[in-house]
Design a protein around this ligand. Structure first.
Ligand code: CMC
Length: 431
């Protein structure tokens, strides 16, 4: 850790405490409160971590006010337009863009790990056909630790590396299998001749009865969706992976924990919830009713695909995703789709409405991704699994960064206790 650049002073009950202040490469200064409990016998209170940096990280930076997202310093817009998902995986994992040799070697390593252990197929058959693919994925990814014993030792750098490659390579296979199982079609094995995203589309949409040609424009759009979801610094699922990993849990268990967290509708589940909301609205004339509901605190309803904890200007991923949505819909000749009309009008109304302007609520990445995935032929239940595939590299990069840290500690938050004070047990006959 760098040296402190300043000192903050906290006054409490007539005493003052000096707290070191660190300056990051980018972003606000950070007040170091690690010794505060020892020195002053107080905790800090920050449920939801709105003002708390829980770790040091060199992977991703977000400036929410500017609407800026950088991976290892590179702006997401440049990566999404010029790079590929597999190259981004390399960047996130190893910190630099690969040269041609490094890229082809990495691609080769990932490609040759895409098959899953044949016995893992039996796991899928144990699930109900109508299970949500995210439920299947949490189970199967957790079960990977029962299959890949030679990459469970977190203290062995080589094993950590193999576990990372295995998960990046196998998550698309597992997600596609979850999909195939849910529609009652045979599993399609990975094809090493295809690109990462093309292979995923093939595993989802090919059937043994006829040839399936991966459309390169759709494969590119899928690759872009993956790039836009690859990492997002210390979001809920990434923090879950870090917390799970901080106890020394094996990498497959940690990623399964991340998938479970991602499923929630406030996080990765929002893409499914958003498209379902657009379909429930159905026609443009019903939008005002839904806008009114979103403003009414007692309704418990939120416009899905709007708002973000960190972005308070715009979500740069949403801007790129919107362009991609236009390209894909054009390619597929979809212009008058009612869901799309509702989405466009909802976006227009919400962006000119005082409630949304004053609360800085903008369409987020999930507002547009569902429209593309729907047009590609995915059911809404596959939207969050696709997010999970994409985010796997971010989770692993962050997990690897944490494990490699010297003096890494188990995550153990404290609390503001509001329960009963000490009281004595009363025998059941006297209560
Ligand atoms: N619709 C209507 N009102 C909203 C919305 C929304 N989508 N989002 C926030 N608000 C209001 C909220 O009621 C609150 O109002 P007030 O200040 O009067 O109490 C204010 O805006 C701030 O909301 P918050 O819940 O304190 O903000 P947060 O930072 O805790 O939550 C969020 C961020 C993304 C969970 C939230 O905006 C939300 O629930 N959005 C809908 C779900 C969604 O699209 N999630 C995907 C996020 S992007 C992908 C990802 O990260 O996984």
């Amino acid at each position: 850790m760098a040296e402190p650049t300043d000192t903050a002073t906290l006054s409490l009950k007539g005493k003052s405490y000096d707290l070191p202040v660190f300056s990051p490469t980018l972003g606000p200064d950070v007040v170091d409160i690690r010794k505060l409990y020892d020195q002053a016998d107080v905790f800090t209170f920050d449920p939801g971590f709105t003002s708390t940096a829980a770790c040091e990280s060199a992977i991703t930076f977000i400036d929410g006010d500017k609407g800026e997202l950088l991976h290892r310093g590179y702006p997401i817009e440049q990566l999404a337009n010029k790079s590929t998902y597999i190259e981004m995986c390399y960047l996130l994992l190893y910190g630099e863009l690969p040269n041609a040799g490094q890229l082809s070697d990495f691609q080769q390593r990932v490609t040759h790990h895409t098959m899953v252990h044949e016995q893992l197929h039996n796991f899928f058959r144990g699930f109900r056909r109508d299970a949500h693919p995210m439920a299947t994925m949490v189970g199967v990814v957790g079960a990977m630790s029962a299959f890949y014993h030679d990459s469970l030792d977190i203290n062995d750098e080589w094993q950590r590396e193999v576990a990372a490659i295995r998960m990046i390579a196998k998550l698309p296979t597992i997600a596609a299998m979850a999909y195939k199982y849910s529609v009652g079609q045979p599993f399609v094995y990975p094809q090493n001749s295809l690109s990462y995203s093309g292979n995923f589309l093939n595993m989802c949409f090919a059937v043994p009865a006829e040839d399936y040609q991966v459309n390169p424009i759709l494969a590119k759009a899928m690759d872009r969706i993956m790039m836009l979801h690859a990492d997002h610094e210390q979001n809920a699922s990434t923090s879950t992976v870090r917390l799970a990993g901080s106890s020394g849990a094996n990498p497959f268990a940690c990623i399964a924990a991340g998938i479970a967290c991602l499923w929630g509708p406030a996080h990765g589940g929002a893409n499914q919830a958003c498209l379902e909301m657009l379909r429930a609205i159905g026609t443009v004339d019903r939008i005002p009713e839904y806008i009114a509901k979103a403003k009414d605190k007692t309704s418990g309803f939120r416009l899905m695909g709007f708002g973000h904890r960190v972005y308070k200007n715009f979500d740069p991923r949403a801007t790129v995703m919107k362009e991609s949505a236009d390209e894909v819909l054009d390619l597929l000749g979809i212009h008058n789709n009612p869901t799309l009309q509702v989405a466009k009008e909802l976006e227009r109304i919400a962006l000119s409405d005082d409630y949304f302007i004053s609360k800085k609520l903008y369409p987020n990445v999930d507002f547009y991704s569902g429209i593309i995935l729907d047009a590609m032929g995915f059911p809404t239940s596959m939207f969050t699994p696709i997010f999970a595939i994409s985010r796997t590299v971010g989770w692993i990069a962050q997990w690897k960064e944490m494990i490699a840290e010297k003096n890494q500690k188990i995550g153990r938050p404290r609390q503001l206790y509001v329960g009963e004070k000490h009281r004595d047990y009363i025998d059941v006959n006297h209560r």
